[in-house]
Design a protein around this ligand. Structure first.
Ligand code: FRU
Length: 481
């Protein structure tokens, strides 16, 4: 695309692949993320969506259905294999969600402090527009998991009926904080897994026999610790196999750059401006703006044994130093393009976690390269793949406190996860003031060569069925229990 007057050019990225064990970390630069504002329309009426419909999630209706009356539902993932196939197990589709009790006396925004992993199932041949997901309850028994709060992860079907649930073991120490929502003693966080069994019969799906293992705690070098930053992020494990490295199992996760909060210094590589760019910022300018407080990364780890109980950190595959503080729920999506495997790294991020001088909507961001570790090219030049309708000419806000003249759907959905076929599921947060806690209508993005477009012919004007997480691989037959 032609450069926008007044804006810098994006960083040049080769997409070249490196050995997963090498120390090349791709940078989502300020020059890249500045393309979001370069692509935003400065002339829209206040409160309209200022981004292209190609990267904007269609509007969710205010009268969305409640998925479950007893629990709020947010971050969600399917039962998968190591190649991100979504598995129908003995005729049942199974999904896992963070859930919190709707009737326990705390509000929707306190859900994080009370999160458990729950699951739902429905017949694989159900009508996604009519048949509800059946709630199966918590996956783990009370008090069984590592930590006192369960945050996001991924679930893999292993040999036979074994499942590995990878999750974030978060431990809060301050009960008042759990109920009031924030401000207290910083939590611990580790990445854990539980190996257990899935059972299916004509009535549905159950789990039992979970054995929990703690896998990873931040090292303080590559991945920031709680001691270095009480607001650190270390969570959201997603495991996968890479056809380029057969026999190995990798994990991506959300992290922050190691080091004491506030001590990071933004570097020319974090800015990524081309030499002589008249619209470039200087390193000093950026550092004096305080942008060094935002240091998100996407971490990589490799399993050291077949049981996946021992893991080693590798350097991060992506950093967003001086750009954004959170790159959450990362996933690797491999797509064959013209006979070649292209690796898409998707990750979700927020308005409020951008660094000084940067602006972008809540949504899912994507990066494409030739391998798990590569010089990732941000999708659509900026990184933004699918955002909530937002007027980026107005200041950034948080879901708890939207201003009246901003687009009422700026926080309509979050925690987008890209499924096979480009189907993107997410949860509803705030639609024009109506709070969610249910799965959004699934939307579809078509993408190739790092360019994506919302498919407005999918479903109704681009909105598919609510909570549409179809399976694409059948295991265990159907109806043979
Ligand atoms: C994303 C997220 C995850 C975390 C969970 C906690 O929505 O922030 O990173 O696991 O929510 O509720």
């Amino acid at each position: 695309p032609a450069p926008t007057p007044g804006f810098p050019l994006p960083t040049e990225h080769t997409q070249e692949a490196f050995d997963p064990a090498s120390d090349f970390t791709s940078k989502w630069t300020r020059a890249d993320a500045k393309q979001i504002m370069a692509q935003s329309d400065p002339t829209v009426a206040p409160g309209e969506n200022s981004m292209s419909p190609d990267v904007t999630m269609p509007e969710i209706p205010e009268d969305f259905p409640t998925m479950n009356e007893d629990v709020w539902v947010w971050d969600t993932w399917s039962l998968t294999d190591e190649n991100a196939n979504q598995i129908s197990y003995k005729g049942w589709d199974v999904i896992f969600s963070l859930v919190a009790d709707r009737h326990a006396g705390y509000g929707f925004d306190q859900r994080h402090w009370n999160a458990r992993i729950g699951y739902f199932f429905r017949k694989t041949n159900a009508d996604p527009a009519k048949d509800k997901w059946n709630y199966g309850g918590h996956v783990f028994a009370d008090g069984a998991s590592i930590g006192n709060t369960e945050w996001s992860g991924s679930t893999r079907l292993m040999q036979g009926n074994h499942v590995n649930v990878f999750y974030t073991a978060t431990t809060f120490y301050d009960i008042a904080e759990r109920n009031a929502g924030g401000g207290g003693i910083a939590p611990d966080a580790s990445i854990a897994k539980a190996l257990g069994k899935i059972h299916a019969d004509e009535n549905g799906v159950t789990f039992d026999g979970f054995d929990h293992t703690n896998l990873l705690e931040p090292d303080g070098e590559m991945y920031q610790t709680k001691e270095q930053n009480p607001g650190f992020a270390f969570r959201d494990p997603y495991t996968f196999a890479d056809p380029a490295h057969p026999g190995k199992t990798f994990m991506v996760f959300e992290g922050n750059t190691g080091g004491t909060r506030g001590e990071y210094e933004c570097k020319p590589e974090d800015l990524g401006y081309r030499p002589g760019d008249a619209n470039a910022e200087s390193v000093d300018e950026v550092n004096s703006s305080g942008a060094y407080y935002q240091t998100a990364n996407v971490g990589l780890a490799v399993a050291d044994n077949k049981d996946l109980t021992k893991w080693s950190f590798l350097p991060p595959i992506l950093s967003a130093n001086c750009v954004n503080d959170q790159t959450e729920r990362p996933q690797i999506f491999i797509q064959n393009e013209g006979g070649k495997n292209k690796y898409y790294l998707f990750t979700i991020s927020h308005q409020f976690t951008y660094a000084a001088g940067m602006r972008g909507p809540d949504g899912v961001y994507g990066f494409v390269g030739d391998g798990v570790r590569s010089d990732y090219q941000p999708m659509n030049n900026s990184g933004l793949a699918l955002g909530s309708p937002t007027d980026l000419n107005l200041p950034s806000e948080s879901p708890e406190a939207p201003t009246p003249n901003q687009n009422g759907r700026q926080f309509q959905a979050y925690s987008h996860y890209v499924q096979p076929g480009g189907l993107v599921q997410s949860f509803i947060d705030n639609v024009n003031g109506v709070r969610g806690g249910s799965l959004s209508p699934t939307v579809k993005i078509n993408f190739r060569d790092g360019i994506s477009q919302v498919d407005r012919s999918f479903g109704q004007d681009g909105l598919g069925p609510f909570g549409y997480l179809p399976t694409n691989l059948r295991v265990g037959g159907e109806g043979h229990y």
